[in-house]
Design a protein around this ligand. Sequence first.
Ligand code: PMP
Length: 345
Amino acid sequence: PLRRNIAEMAGYVPGFQPRDEHRYIKLNTNENPYPPSPKVIEAILAEVGDNLRKYPDAASRAGCEQAARLYGFDPDWVIMANGSDEVLNNLIRAFASEGDEIAYVHPSYSYYSTLAEVQGARVRTFLLDEGWALKDFPARYAGKLFFLANPNAPLGFCYPQEFIEALAGRIDGVLVIDEAYADFARENSLDLVRRLPNVVVTRTFSKSYSLAGMRLGMAIARPEVIAALNKIRDHYNLDRLAQAACVAALADQDYFRQCVTRIRETRDWFSAELRVLGWEVIPSHGNFVFATPPDRDAKRIYDSLFERRILVRYFSDPILSHGLRISIGTREDMEKTLTALAEIG
Ligand code: PMP
């Protein structure tokens, strides 16, 4: 007796995960090529032992307080999550009943559609025009929730803050700004959270803090929204290791800045080199680039890179199938990738 929408849905398919991943240059899931801060490793190791006998802090208070201090909010404006996927899931559960409408941009993060399917929510998608504005956006949008990935994934561009503010003003429901990649961008929308009641920002530790394997994310929003999300989440959603990692990662901002700077520099250099090879590259504000080869045959290049054990992301969706999303690895990873691309031609 499965619910019909569950029986009919395909489910989210993450980027390919080879079993022998150390034999690949893995540039297909936007992981960080550098290890987490040494202080994070120390903090995790300090938790390993007798402490694991005890439940973790249910509300992840130390992490919320650390994030609140860092971004200039009160702690009741923050919730920690088991990856930002968890908080995206809980947002849709909080705001959209079965049959309600939610919206997002296409292309953007494909997990939004999976979440809508599970919830039985109806979906409206908005396409992008040449200048990255949303096509046919109504004067007022009455849906319950609008997911906006900024920077956009998988394309990497950023919407101007004025555009986002205007969008929030035209939405009756909640505007969720998915800032998974915002640490690599020049701007973010935390100020909009302070000023506008219907704006929620979500963040992840998977990219800029090198903690994809730990599963850590958060949301920043008005206390009423955070209180609702706290009712819904698993009561011990972050284990003790994740909570220790969360506090230590946020505390080591020097390491964070160094890491982000290196990735941005490698991204900008790699984008320029790809253009020299004749590729079209969308200026990126994330830790990846979306780039189109000269003959627009991205599948051929994906296959040839795969044979050389270099994994990148190919999307069969016709809107994206001319290009590849390539995560930014170390300078050495990217040099090898460029050499392979020059060979493949
Ligand atoms: N949002 C976007 C736009 C993403 O690309 C990702 C990573 N795939 C996530 C959210 C989820 O990140 P995580 O669950 O690892 O925090």
